[in-house]
Design a protein around this ligand. Sequence first.
Ligand SMILES: Cc1cc2nc3c(=O)[nH]c(=O)nc-3n(C[C@H](O)[C@H](O)[C@H](O)COP(=O)(O)O)c2cc1C
Length: 152
Amino acid sequence: MNVWVLYESRLGNTAQLAEAMAQAMTKWARVRLLTVNQADTPAGVHLLLVGIPNHRHSRPNAVLDWIRRLPSGALSGVWVSVFEIRYEPLRWLQVSPTWKIGRALQRRGGCYAATPESFFLAGHEGPIAEGEIQRGCAWAVQMVQNLTPGRK
Ligand SMILES: Cc1cc2nc3c(=O)[nH]c(=O)nc-3n(C[C@H](O)[C@H](O)[C@H](O)COP(=O)(O)O)c2cc1C
């Protein structure tokens, strides 16, 4: 199985989580880790995980622009999901932008392998809260295992 973990990150926290997820999945899949600036149209990709930071005043525009530039149907047959890094105390106040990214991926033909997930920081700019890297890796590995034929 070919997996892309594609992310946008400014302060490095989304990058850190994306790297850990990619590393955790290498036991089960061929994984490519790339920033949104490095990404072209996915070809031969079975699972696309997109990571974004939650910045209230500055939406994850690079990822959204990348998705919107993809040709129509570019994600047909591709399983997708979205994860975000955010500051936990704000979680009940704001709608997560992951759903907007998820809808854009679906409009290009992608199908959810799992619904979007949020992972939390201990402080406004980091570090990632205790246990969240492990939770993220488990979330990603579970998706790969669910999509691997013959695995229950
Ligand atoms: C200017 C700014 C605005 C932010 N706004 C929010 C916010 O509205 N909600 C939230 O949950 N976290 C917010 N955060 C916390 C970010 O999600 C956090 O800093 C995260 O680490 C950013 O991801 P990155 O490290 O990959 O760039 C904000 C951070 C900054 C610097």
